[in-house]
Design a binder for this molecule. Structure first.
Ligand SMILES: C[S@@+](CC[C@H](N)C(=O)[O-])C[C@H]1O[C@@H](n2cnc3c(N)ncnc32)[C@H](O)[C@@H]1O
Length: 354
């Protein structure tokens, strides 16, 4: 176990160093100015990245010792060809390393939350750059798949209805509005509303423009608690979507009751959420080493934000199918289809009808 603990600590240091390099653009700079035939000294990397040579040198030394960068006897560095794509393009594993520093921001308060007399949980604001991180993550993972994969998976003629226009869609827990923006641009004849409790997220969402730089005419954003939606919304949406925003809520049940109220009779509700079985033993078998990442992400972020008041359900992102379906059933959704969404790793789609 001691060797394993040492390896974990080394992995932790390297992960943080990767985050630093990613945020300061070092990998792209190294890829641009060097290769195996033409390695560079840290001063060149520092100059091009607008950083201090001494810090960049220690960063290069760390990553070379961790076998992430290559180094020669003259202490010159480069990225091996086979590692270029992983280190210089936006991808899931690279993103994981960058997410950690965001979810670890409130670590001292989180430790207090574990204690009997400590706080119930944490507010989103404790994770100061959460919204930015979430938007980046969502874009990398979802952009390619919402229109060609997720919309057809919802089925029930929704693609045709969205295209024909005149239908209303609500995006609950929309964050910075990535999904509603994408859908609103793709289906200009339908109407989209994004709702989120976080003012900062909605402020960012309201700045969204179409890809040609013009304003949306079919998209609006509302700051509200999903557990208390406007009373005028009863039976008014054809489709309600929740992208990864159910388990994070302190009272997902109250939100789902509201969703049931605001969706039209025969309307659809599509919830994408982290997949799990509601049993850690099974999840460990199913997800292998990624199970620790899934439960760890929940422990560091989803559980504390979903536990922050005395009546919270404290779901965490690994609430899993059994618990999710139980709550959905209690909120009036009887027939729930669980549809695999392999294009969103580790996620599943719950599809319900009112
Ligand atoms: C994991 S983020 C997902 C954001 C977005 N759907 C995406 O996929 O990028 C969860 C979102 O749910 C929002 N949220 C949490 N509790 C909420 C509540 N009670 N009412 C409305 N939004 C809530 C958070 O502010 C956050 O933006």
């Amino acid at each position: 176990m001691q060797d394993r603990l040492t390896d974990l600590a080394i992995g932790n240091v390297l992960s943080n160093a990767i985050n630093i390099g990613n945020r300061l653009n070092f990998f792209k700079v190294i890829a641009e100015i060097s290769n195996a035939e033409c390695p560079v000294l840290p001063e060149k990397i520092a100059e091009k990245a607008g950083c201090k040579e001494r810090y960049v040198r220690e960063w290069c030394n760390t990553l070379a010792c961790g076998r992430i960068l290559e180094v020669n006897e003259k202490e010159e560095f480069w990225i091996a060809n086979e590692n270029l794509e992983a280190l210089t393009t936006e991808n899931f594993p690279l993103m994981f390393n960058s997410m950690l520093s965001t979810v670890l921001k409130p670590i001292d308060t989180l430790i207090e939350c574990f204690k009997k007399e400590g706080p119930y949980g944490l507010d989103y604001s404790a994770y100061s750059d959460f919204e930015e991180m979430q938007q980046k993550f969502t874009k990398i993972v979802h952009e390619k798949h919402i229109i060609p994969d997720l919309v057809p998976a919802i089925g029930n003629g929704i693609k045709e209805k969205l295209e024909a226009g005149g239908i209303r869609v609500l995006d609950v827990g929309c964050g910075g509005g990535f999904h509603s923006g994408l859908l609103a641009e793709h289906y200009p004849k339908s109407q989209f509303v994004g709702l989120d409790i976080t003012e900062k997220a909605i402020k960012a969402a309201r700045l969204k423009k179409k890809s040609d730089g013009t304003d949306f005419e079919n998209l609006e954003f509302v700051v509200a608690d999903a557990a208390i939606m406007p009373s005028s919304w009863t039976d008014s949406f054809d489709l309600v979507i929740l992208f990864g925003s159910c388990h994070d809520q302190m009272r997902p049940d109250l939100c789902l009751l509201e969703v049931h109220r605001v969706v039209k009779p025969d309307g659809l509700v599509a919830v994408t959420d982290v997949d799990g079985s509601s049993n850690v033993f099974t999840d460990r078998e199913t997800y292998g080493k990624m199970a620790a990442m899934k439960y760890g992400g929940s422990m560091l972020h989803c559980l504390p934000v979903g536990s922050n008041r005395p009546d919270a359900l404290c779901c965490g992102s690994m609430w899993g199918r059994k618990r999710a379906v139980e709550i959905m059933n209690k909120c009036g959704f009887d027939n729930i289809d669980i549809i695999p969404t392999d294009y969103f790793p580790g996620t599943v789609l719950y599809l319900m009808k009112k």
